[in-house]
Design a protein around this ligand. Sequence first.
Ligand code: XIL
Length: 323
Amino acid sequence: MLVAVLASGCLRHVGASGGVTIGAAASTAYLGEARYAEVLGREFAMLTPENELKWDAVHPTQGSYRFGPTDALVAYADQHGMQVRGHTLVWHQQNPSWLTAGGFTPAELAAILDDHIAVVVGHYADRIVQWDVVNEAFEESGALRSTVWSNGLGPGYIDRAFRAARAADGEAELFYNDFNIERAGPKADAVFAMVSSMRRRGVPIDGVGFQAHLTADFPANELVAQMARYEAIGVDVAITELDVRVPVPASDASRQAQAKVFGDVLAACRRAANCDTLVVWGFTDRHSWVPSVFSGLGAATPLDEEYRPKPAYDAMVAALQRT
Ligand code: XIL
């Protein structure tokens, strides 16, 4: 039964009829694994390179770019009729030391930022449909995070990055992406204020990515409210990195609670007029970033370690089929 469901490529097809593009983060590290490569292309209509486009991977030494790994993922996406999301152009993590310890002047940093965005976005223009231009720029308090970019260029680095991205690709949808903005709080408010201000000032931003690294007690009605206020100012939203961590080994009860969150988040996106994309951050418990970062927690994806659908998978299908 479950095998038959998977064999039909259920998620991406049901997603297409339900009006939501369902994607997954994927890594070149696992593409050589037959089951991984088979399930990824069959179940998902969009692919986000999990690490391959971060600065340390794509721009490892100053001025020299390494596109091979992302090109391989894009070739895989081409073969399987998948769209590609770009992640991410500006972040405070996974940066090479030439950048963070380079002692650059503000003018040099600005040129480095402009150049990076022009080259990377330019390389994938017409292929990458959505870009996470800036990732995680705020602290939980709502203060601007101190990073190589904010320290060197001030808060204006964010506008600058979006303008550079638009100059390099006039078509791709440009997103600000963050975590813990799925429910009310000072960080969610700070992001909303920034995005509202960018729109008023004509800075080219199209959407906000809710990462959605969640726990099984997440109240999805809060997400509905957060999405709605962006709709009111004409800004799109996407679920960009959904996973729902539970204590491991998972119990039947936690699998059910997790399934409810997967289903509710997808239903929230489907209902919102400004949401048409949901990406899971890893699709099998065999390869997920969660256990290495959240001690004692894991089993956070819709498929188990043997690629069998969990209740979370069924809840996603149900959320897409509901009339
Ligand atoms: C994670 C990757 O999944 C890991 O493989 C890597 O070691 C660290 O980064 N928010 C993000 C993602 O925007 O880029 C992070 O991805 C997870 C949290």
